[in-house]
Design a protein around this ligand. Structure first.
Ligand SMILES: *[C@@H]1O[C@H](CO)[C@@H](O)[C@H](O)[C@H]1NC(C)=O
Ligand SMILES: *[C@@H]1O[C@H](CO)[C@@H](O)[C@H](O)[C@H]1NC(C)=O
Ligand SMILES: *[C@@H]1O[C@H](CO)[C@@H](O)[C@H](O)[C@H]1NC(C)=O
Ligand SMILES: *[C@@H]1O[C@H](CO)[C@@H](O)[C@H](O)[C@H]1NC(C)=O
Ligand SMILES: *[C@@H]1O[C@H](CO)[C@@H](O)[C@H](O)[C@H]1NC(C)=O
Ligand SMILES: *[C@@H]1O[C@H](CO)[C@@H](O)[C@H](O)[C@H]1NC(C)=O
Ligand SMILES: *[C@@H]1O[C@H](CO)[C@@H](O)[C@H](O)[C@H]1NC(C)=O
Ligand SMILES: *[C@@H]1O[C@H](CO)[C@@H](O)[C@H](O)[C@H]1NC(C)=O
Length: 444
């Protein structure tokens, strides 16, 4: 590993760090909305002082898992085997680290929290024979898991941030709950050979494992019902299939060792997150006014556009593929509002402008977990080289498919991006340094 202090993006890192520190002190466990508008105007010299005491690894901050060996008081009423997923608890704690959790929620934290819960139930089913918890049991278990994670430094509002409720640990409407019933209905060897190990790069397009999961979910959803051959599928039936998908995942997680289960579940989650843009688009009236049908004043139009994009930058870290989706969504929305000029070209909007902060950090399409180290705190890998122009969608054509091999697209997930920390364009951005002046980028 090569290390170097880089002067590029110094301002960015300062801003980013301050933003997160501000959030740490002002909205510890709070929502994104609370810091809206704070970011761009921060001047380090004026604002850094009051925050410094909370920056460093002080004894007040739980920087390492269970630093003082304390174990939170648990309900004693959850019979799941927590020790089976101990390693996943550690990964989840770092991925959902206090003030970071809201910014990494969609891409890293929630998929990891979810994978941990699925694996926990799956592993425990080896002893209980059950692939779901009843509602009472699920309340105790979810609360216990949350206590364990937050005692180590995870965000205290994890359930809310990730919209997970105790009902998510039950069978919901899926009619198959026991391992025996499951294995009696599903071709488990086929499922295991399709999903025992997945190719993180190709799975999203080939859908080898995803198809096997859908088939299995459909089979168990039909338990006791006549087969629906081609007939219109009711919404209830679709919900049931969705609920059964969770049962399938838990079964899968019972057949694999916890790290492998986690890797498969995260791979599947990556396919899902990269299909959409997780950003919320605010009111674009002002942009439409300045840039609409007839472009009267380019400066004013780009000012409005930059202002608009800066609001998107306060939301969260996104992957490069998500950024392309966001560019396409916003472009389509603007076109629908009669903005015909290519505003991305006109105003020099890059795909990384859609991620948190001005000269943004885009995560790789196969995002790695956040990591913790004593000196630099929590870090994660950014793909700062994705400095490419945002593509303005063509109004006539279909939405771009990332699986269409003939489509030439920038920033497609490449085979090498599956390798954590190997690519030259990956930068580790350490945050939570002991002092602002010590901030540096580590070049891998
Ligand atoms: C360990 O930390 C917890 C939570 O911060 C605290 O409640 C507890 O008193 C500490 N235990 C010891 C032995 O310091
Ligand atoms: C819990 O899981 C651990 C690790 O997988 C295993 O060694 C242990 O036997 C399990 N305990 C129970 C009660 O299932
Ligand atoms: C719920 O599950 C727990 C643990 O398996 C069991 O002890 C309890 O009796 C169940 N409660 C109900 C209402 O079925
Ligand atoms: C939990 O269940 C709710 C209600 O069914 C659903 O909207 C939500 O997406 C689920 N969360 C996860 C992480 O699956
Ligand atoms: C957007 O803002 C404009 C003016 O600020 C307002 O008239 C309009 O109702 C808003 N639209 C929505 C959907 O909130
Ligand atoms: C265009 O807009 C900018 C900023 O709003 C303003 O300063 C400038 O005078 C305008 N130019 C023209 C030609 O109206
Ligand atoms: C877009 O322009 C067309 C034709 O000028 C007009 O009919 C339509 O109402 C406009 N749509 C919006 C959303 O302004
Ligand atoms: C792939 O993209 C090319 C060019 O954009 C298009 O002609 C073709 O129909 C697409 N194929 C599929 C399967 O979508």
């Amino acid at each position: 590993m090569r290390q170097g202090v880089l002067l590029v993006s110094w301002g960015l890192i300062l801003q980013l760090t301050l933003l997160l520190f501000l959030c740490f002190s002002k909205c510890h466990g709070g929502s994104l909305g609370e810091i809206r508008g704070l970011a761009p105007q921060i001047s380090p010299s004026e604002n850094s002082e009051p925050f410094l005491p909370t920056l460093g690894p002080s004894p007040m901050m739980p920087l390492t898992p269970l630093t003082n060996g304390s174990i939170p008081a648990l309900s004693g009423l959850c019979t799941l085997n927590f020790s089976a997923v101990e390693t996943l608890f550690s990964i989840t704690t770092t991925d959902c680290w206090t003030s970071f959790a809201p910014y990494l929620a969609n891409v890293v934290c929630c998929p990891q929290f979810d994978a941990t819960l699925v694996t926990l139930i799956g592993q425990s089913s080896k002893f209980s024979g059950m692939l779901a918890l009843n509602l009472t049991h699920s309340k105790y278990c979810l609360s216990d898991v949350e206590k364990i994670l937050t005692s180590r430094g995870a965000n205290v509002r994890l359930q809310k941030i990730c919209s997970i409720q105790s009902a998510n640990l039950t069978e919901a409407s899926c009619p198959v709950v026991s391992t025996d019933a499951f294995e009696g209905r599903v071709d488990s060897s086929r499922l295991l050979s399709a999903c025992g190990k997945i190719d993180h790069v190709n799975e999203c397009c080939d859908q080898v494992c995803q198809n096997a999961i859908s088939d299995a979910a459909q089979k168990i959803a039909l338990n006791g019902l006549p087969s629906l051959s081609g007939a219109a599928v009711s919404p209830e039936h679709l919900t049931r299939i969705d609920d059964c998908r969770n049962i399938v995942l838990r079964w899968l997680a019972s057949k694999l060792d916890p790290p492998s289960a986690n890797s498969v579940l995260r791979g599947l989650a990556n396919c899902k997150i990269n299909k959409a843009c997780p950003l919320v688009f605010p009111n674009m009236t002002h942009v439409v006014q300045e840039c609409g049908e007839v472009l009267r004043n380019q400066t004013a139009c780009c000012k409005a556009m930059e202002n608009y994009v800066s609001k998107l930058q306060e939301q969260s870290f996104i992957t490069n593929v998500q950024a392309l989706n966001c560019a396409a969504s916003l472009g389509t929305k603007l076109q629908k509002a009669n903005v015909s000029n290519n505003l991305y070209n006109l105003c020099h909007i890059n795909i990384k402008d859609f991620s948190l902060q001005e000269s943004g950090c885009l995560l790789p399409s196969l995002p790695s977990d956040a990591t913790y180290d004593k000196t630099s705190g929590v870090s994660f890998i950014c793909d700062l080289n994705d400095n490419i122009a945002a593509p303005w969608p063509s109004p006539s054509s279909e939405p771009v498919s990332f699986c269409n091999k003939t489509t030439k697209l920038p920033a497609l997930p490449k085979a090498t991006s599956a390798q954590k920390g190997i690519q030259m364009q990956n930068w580790k951005v350490p945050l939570f340094m002991s002092a602002l002046s010590a901030i540096k980028l580590l070049l891998l």
